[in-house]
Design a protein around this ligand. Structure first.
Ligand code: GLC
Ligand code: MG
Length: 257
């Protein structure tokens, strides 16, 4: 990068960038210009697997980033990106220290209607299931959180609840927010120059970790709660959905004209 101090956009992909192909094309183009000038360091921070990000460049028009955080902040990738890329080993080792996949799975026992997500979404550092077929999905998510608290394991495991359906148990040290923080430190970037953007529960940790953020208009209730329950100053609630909302937010922060 030519500029010593780029601003940093850390954005979710699904329903934050994607959802309106035309708006995404426009935003991707504007971000690419900033990256080429060296004024922007772009991080994609997603629940997707790496290959779902890579295919998205061509198939969905997702912008090519300077770093990828995948699997809900349990894997980090630096360029060059390819299907053979291995996640950053230091981050893996750090997360593996105390996390046991078997123990994480044990917190899900005997819950009627719970369905495990396909194997490809379950990794040594991420246990993922669907709760939408349980009678009270949100209450069930709370029960799973309580089990972790009762076992005094909240320093090791955290529950991420998204979109009224997805529940992930990942290391307490992981998550999108903490992964961005780690990456920023590793690369010597300025944490005060970070703007985050998202739409659902797995984005929440980014808003808690950084001062400036954009919530798109189509956000899920669990993220809109940030507005009503315990407002975090510095969060911009866009009037527009999807990529148009991200662009609107960046204009609000004076990062795009
Ligand atoms: C993505 C992941 C899924 C996860 C969800 C919410 O859809 O593929 O495993 O549960 O994000 O974090
Ligand atoms: Mg999303």
């Amino acid at each position: 990068m030519k500029n010593a101090k780029p601003w940093i956009l850390a954005t979710d992909i699904d329903n934050t960038l994607t959802g309106d192909a035309q708006a995404l094309r426009r935003l991707t183009c504007r971000l690419a210009t900033e990256q080429a000038r060296g004024t922007l360091f772009l991080i994609l921070s997603t629940g997707r697997r790496l290959e779902q990000v890579l295919t998205g460049f061509l198939e969905e028009g997702i912008p090519e980033p300077n770093a990828i955080i995948s699997q809900v902040g349990t894997e980090l990738y630096l360029p060059p990106f390819s299907l053979e890329s291995a996640p950053l080993p230091e981050w893996n080792t750090l997360l593996q220290e105390r996390y046991s996949r078997n123990r994480a799975v044990s917190f899900l026992s005997d819950i009627e209607g719970l369905e495990m997500q396909p194997d490809k979404y379950n990794t040594p550092l991420k246990v993922s299931c669907y709760l939408d077929k349980t009678t009270y999905p949100e209450a069930t998510a709370s029960i799973i959180r309580d089990r972790i608290l009762e076992a005094k394991q909240e320093d090791v495991y955290q529950v991420i609840w998204s979109s009224g359906r997805d529940l992930d148990i990942i290391p307490a040290a992981a998550g999108k927010g903490k992964a961005i923080r780690y990456l920023i430190q590793l690369l010597g970037l300025d944490p005060l120059s970070v703007v985050v953007a998202g739409d659902s529960g797995n984005d929440r940790s980014m808003f808690e970790e950084f001062k400036q953020g954009i919530v798109v208009a189509n956000a899920q209730p669990e993220l809109k709660k940030l507005h009503n329950e315990d407002p975090i100053p510095g969060i911009y609630f866009a009037r527009q959905p999807f990529a148009a909302g991200v662009e609107e937010g960046l204009q609000n922060f004076g990062l795009l004209s």
